[in-house]
Design a protein around this ligand. Sequence first.
Ligand code: COA
Length: 389
Amino acid sequence: MNIGIDKIGFYTSPFFVDLSELANARGVDPNKYLIGIGQKKQAVIPPSQDVVTMAANAADSMLSKEDKKKIDLIIFGTETGVDNSKSAAIYIQSLLGISNNARAFEIKQACYGGTAGVQMAIDHIRSHPDSKVLVLAADIARYGLKTPGEVTQGGGAISMLISKDPRILAINTSSTFFSKNIMDFWRPIQKKEAIVDGHYSTDIYIDFFLKTWSRYQKLYGQNLNNFKAIIFHLPFSKMGKKALNALFAKESGQYDLEIKRNFDFSKIYSSLVGNLYTGSLYLSLVSLLANSNSLKKGDQIGLFSYGSGAQGEFYTGKIQSSVPNLQLKNNVESLLNSRTKLSVPNYEKIYRDGIRADSENIDYDISSDHSKYVLSGRKQNQLKYLKQK
Ligand code: COA
């Protein structure tokens, strides 16, 4: 039985900051951000959006009434949870009107949570073939103003419907993973910004990629010739390029040029949004499906997922849709093109609003956020979500 991603949705904030302007404000050559890091624009997440609203906005138009009845598992991968107890998945269930006869919970391992959800969902469908699983991966990437990590911030959500006979990507059962207790990036409970040892984390990322790739080859007898594309978790788009270069330094195959071209297609949207943490690998998938001019149904692709701290996984799948997927491209690009550019001082104000100590009663300004789902504030410590249209 083929199992995998049947539908995929994406949402990001209606606001962004231009990274050339940020570079100028920070006294840095813009080419460091544009070429050296590989990022052009960065999503800026207002207080009216959190991981719940972003995931609801990503999933809303993707799900049919039938899907909502059949979903019996909602898995929310995030490292930007909204409550230490209650899962973001429960909020999604009620906001989107998904059946109550479902398991709903949240999982965490840095940027790996989305992949943990996908793999868990596949196992679930294998034993319950007629059900469907909603996997959500949403985060706000925040490092701090004027820090080296600032250029790699961002945020947004990916939603995926996992089912049998998937129409986007059939995921193979073969997969290799590696985990180790490492302090490359972490988010202490009392802080809203991440702490990162950036250069160390990029080295560990490459090391985990090469380890899981080599083990995959050994266990499943495959090599580069079996792949038309390899896509990556992209904390910044240059990261995937570094990993790919490390792979090509070790070996080559008949589709090297195509793999490189497809990597370029897979990084387009990340370079316009920034890091989604849990959702980043899947934004690479969206970007590949929407933009590649060479992939066809049945082609095999590799996916590398990495979550600092650290967990890596390399897995593979076969394309099921026609590529480029023009409807997906249209949906994503109309969202990205409708965003409002913020000046650097306005971005800094929103950043500071996002990390201030919140009181138990607060109203957020939602007048400039026309997203379907918004967070309007908090009353007696209860989050107030609103459906606007
Ligand atoms: N024109 C073009 N490229 C330039 C440049 C210029 N004027 N100035 C610098 N660069 C290049 C550098 O050569 C370097 O390229 P390389 O990585 O290929 O060597 C790149 O820009 C970055 O420069 P660097 O000096 O290393 O930047 P930095 O010390 O400010 O840190 C990160 C960069 C990525 C480490 C930092 O942004 C960070 O910590 N980000 C968070 C990391 C993260 O997300 N980790 C989680 C992993 S999942």
